[in-house]
Each structure stands twice: as C-alpha cells, then as structure tokens.
Design a protein around this ligand. Sequence first.
Ligand code: SAH
Ligand code: DHB
Ligand code: MG
Length: 221
Amino acid sequence: MDTNLFAAIDAYIDGLFVPADPALEGALAAAAEAGLPEIQVSPGQGKLLYLLAKLRGARRILELGTLAGYSTIWLARALPEGGRLVTLEHSPAHAAVARRNLERAGLGDRAEVIVGAALESLPQLEARGEGPFDMVFIDADKGNYTAYLEWSLRLTGPGSLIIADNVVRQGKVLSPEADDASAAGARAFNAALAAEPRVEAIVVQQIGAKGHDGMAVALVR
Ligand code: SAH
Ligand code: DHB
Ligand code: MG
C-alpha cells in the first residue's frame, strides 16, 4: 500500500475542508509539548465527528478517552447554545492538558473532563442522573470496548449515535495476536455490535494520515 499517497490525500482533503484553526493547532502543540502520544483523531476525522454530532442535533455528548481534548474540541463545537459534553479520561496528566486546551478553545464552560477509569466514572455518571446522551464517542482503552458499548446503551436513547474509533487496527482485527488486547477488544466489540438488537450499525474502514483503521457507527433503535 502506498502510505505516502494516503497521507498526501488526507493533507489534500484537510486543506480543502479543514481551515487553519488556532485552537485545534494549539491543542496539538500543547499535547506534543507535554509529551502525550500522537494518537488523536486526524483533522478530517475530527471534522467527521463534528458533522455527525450536528447531523444528530446532539445537545448532550459523552466521550470516553480524552487525551489532550482534540476530538473533544471538535465534538463540543458541534453543540448548540446550552449543550453539554462530558469526557472521561484515566490519566490526570492527559486531563490537565485537555482542560487547558478546552479553556483556550473557549469551551471550558460546556465541556467537563472527569478523571478516572471510565468503568468507574460511568456508574457515577448514571447515579448523578446524567443522560440520555445524544451521541457517545468511544475512544479509550480498546480492551474494554464491549463493556463501553453496554454502558453507551444504558446512557443513550432511541435515535442516539454511538461512534467507536480504532476498530480495524491496521487489519489486526481479522486475527488478533494472543498478546494484542486492543485488536482482540476491537474484534469482540465489532461482534457484539453486529449482534446487538438495540442498534443498526456499520464499520467504516479508513486509511490516511493515521494509517489503516476504522470507525464503527451505530444508531440506537
Ligand atoms: N479521543 C482522543 C484520543 C484518545 S486516546 C482524540 O482523538 O483526541 C485514548 C485515551 O484514553 C488516552 O488518553 C488514555 O489515557 C485514555 N484511557 C485509557 N484507558 C482508559 C480508561 N480505562 N478510562 C478512561 N480513559 C482511558
Ligand atoms: C491508540 C489509541 C487511539 O485512540 C488511536 O486512535 C490510535 C492508537 C493506541 O492506544 O495505540
Ligand atoms: Mg482513537
């Protein structure tokens, strides 16, 4: 595969559809400065998440896996006046960078970063009466994706969108190595999603600046 060509096409698409943006570029610079891994969604994927949130008319969005808040900024920008986003992040260091990035993007008032393992934060969110969410973006540890699907269904309602990143893993999802919890998690998640009667869903294979991967898109019945 010509990975240079795929990256060049991503740059071409981003050049056309993703204008230069100080808040997003500042978020990436702050993430790099803090030594965070460069595993955020690509600019084009961010724009796609933003468009999906707008298509859904999402007023409440839940994200699992914040990192530096790059995808969070895209999603929070799609909210209407009075809309709210909650994002769950295990690493206090990542959350601190994300909070600064969200503040700098002018989104500190509508996006809340909750620190902790998502499987501990999710029951707390439910207990405090959060939800239903109109959209969930699953992008935390891939080994727990099937559990995150179950929680997403608990915290959404009919017409809600559930999106999950990294469900193809450079094709490793076809036959995960014994020590690859991420690929195994993605494979189990895709099987659970396909068998889940409460959603209609598809996996979109993607290739570009982030390599070969894919996003699952599910609509809650
Ligand atoms: N959504 C981000 C990228 C997230 S990367 C973006 O596209 O901009 C995955 C993140 O999930 C990392 O920051 C990692 O610390 C976090 N994470 C890993 N395990 C987690 C868990 N159990 N609960 C919550 N977050 C977790
Ligand atoms: C990883 C995580 C991601 O969310 C991603 O988009 C790419 C890679 C990772 O943990 O390796
Ligand atoms: Mg991801």
